[in-house]
Design a protein around this ligand. Structure first.
Ligand SMILES: Cc1cc2nc3c(=O)[nH]c(=O)nc-3n(C[C@H](O)[C@H](O)[C@H](O)COP(=O)(O)OP(=O)(O)OC[C@H]3O[C@@H](n4cnc5c(N)ncnc54)[C@H](O)[C@@H]3O)c2cc1C
Length: 411
């Protein structure tokens, strides 16, 4: 039996699933497709060592507002921890830059959410909608883009849709099959992520530290727990990953120092190789690329998902903006691409430069970095850029990001 949908989303990761939730208030018939089988519905963190994804995701305030209006926040609230302060320091140097959300008259700079909780909340929400059909496992192996539809092929039956949204990750098959090129840079770094207990409570502070082995962030979780993300050159990451728990804790403690007292109770560690990828095009006839398929960022500033959510918010608005939006979609998609271009370019540049600044080992640069940290509070433009990036107030004013529901009356 052939399957016909209005919209096919390929990739049910954080981005594809967020998009499905954003479109849930529309009457479009949606297929959410993934090559992986449907996951178990229970979150894994009863036992932290059974986690499948150790990331702590920093959500900008605008992303939190979006999840709130989509009815997801109530499932995340108990595990979401506000970031009220940001503390930036340099190993081996005195001085630090401190940013306080109270100065900006906002509840916080954003929230920390365990990635596993987020994906579970998204999946549970999607299950509530009859017009969103999960098609898993279904590994798309080819596609045909026509003027009035796109046809997806796999081992199973073909899937037909009026619009295809590719959220199939950095190695996007859809991007490749459409012949869309991409600029890619390997950072020769890996991020090691996990959680620890700290002797001293974090006081809702996100700590960013330049260490000799790369940038290290300690991110506030519930109680005296912190998520960490340590971005090491690949060789050092491999060495650190293979250390015993005690050995790793010792290295981490040495890199971070004693500001939060003694570290203990290390969770399972995960490693992610880091690269930058920017797709040459984000739209083609009846196809849009989003998330890592469109742009994959260095996680130093925690912007990848936040940027993708801004794309999703704009795209969703376009899809509900007019009657028969899907019949005349190509012009709207070109307008979408043009409107998203500046935010994407700025965010890519911001994260790439921040990583350069955090990892550069040249004497002049590292002296400047020390100076930059010392002066951060005194340079309003620089401070404001970092703060606004965290709040998510740059780049898009779409309704969902302001906490307003999509107006789907035309569809
Ligand atoms: C260590 C780390 C920390 C991060 N921290 C933050 C943060 O704090 N804040 C933030 O905003 N961002 C953060 N990010 C970025 C964020 O994780 C990514 O932006 C986001 O996960 C991208 O998700 P995605 O759904 O686009 O891709 P993916 O997660 O790669 O999902 C792609 C999906 O497509 C499916 N798929 C692939 N090919 C096919 C096919 N042919 N057929 C069917 N299905 C297919 C896959 O099975 C997969 O489920 C971080 C990233 C890393 C690595």
């Amino acid at each position: 039996m052939q399957q016909h949908f209005d919209i096919a989303i390929v990739g049910a990761g954080l981005v594809g699933s967020s998009l499905a939730c954003a479109l849930a208030s529309t009457p479009y018939r949606i297929a959410l497709i993934d090559s992986q089988p449907l996951p178990a519905s229970e979150p894994a963190d009863v036992n932290p060592n059974s986690l499948q994804d150790g990331r702590s995701i920093a959500l900008a305030l605008s992303s939190k507002k979006m999840f709130d209006v989509l009815g997801l926040w109530q499932s995340l609230d108990a595990d979401a921890v506000p970031i009220k302060k940001i503390h930036i320091s340099d190993q081996g140097r005195f001085g630090a830059a401190r940013l306080d959300s109270a100065r900006y008259d906002v509840e916080s700079f954003g929230y920390l959410v365990p990635a596993e909780k987020l994906i579970t909340a998204l999946q549970q929400k999607i299950q509530l909608y009859d017009h969103i059909q999960r098609v898993q496992p279904y590994e798309v192996s080819n596609l045909e883009s026509q003027t009035d539809q796109v046809i997806l092929n796999a081992d199973g039956e073909p899937i037909h849709a009026k619009l295809l949204i590719a959220a199939d990750g950095i190695r996007s098959l859809i991007r490749n099959k459409l012949g869309i090129g991409a600029d890619e840079k390997q950072y020769q770094q890996s991020a090691i992520v996990g959680c620890i207990d700290t002797e001293i409570h974090h006081q809702f502070t996100a700590y960013e530290r330049f260490t000799k082995d790369g940038p290290l962030a300690l991110l506030p979780r519930n109680g005296n727990r912190c998520g960490f993300i340590w971005m090491n050159p690949s060789v050092i990451a491999e060495k650190n990953l293979n250390l015993s728990d005690e050995g790793f804790l010792e290295e981490l403690q040495q890199a971070f120092g004693q500001r939060l007292g003694h570290f203990s109770n290390l969770s399972r560690r995960f490693a992610y190789p880091l690269s930058l990828l920017v797709s040459d095009q984000r739209v083609q006839q009846r196809v849009v690329l989003v998330g890592n398929a469109a742009q994959t960022l260095h996680p130093v500033a925690g912007q990848g998902l936040n940027l993708a959510l801004r794309d999703i918010a704009e795209l969703s608005e376009i899809l509900v903006s007019s009657e028969n939006a899907l019949d005349n979609i190509d012009e709207a998609l070109r307008a979408y691409e043009a409107c998203r271009q500046p935010d994407i370019e700025n965010t890519v540049r911001f994260t790439d430069r921040l990583n350069f600044l955090f990892t550069a080992d040249y004497p002049v640069l590292s002296r400047t970095r020390g100076l930059g940290l010392a002066l951060l509070g005194a340079i309003p433009a620089l401070e404001e850029r970092i703060v606004r990036q965290n709040l998510g107030t740059l780049g898009s004013a779409a309704s969902l990001l302001q906490g307003r529901a999509l107006c789907a009356e035309h569809v």
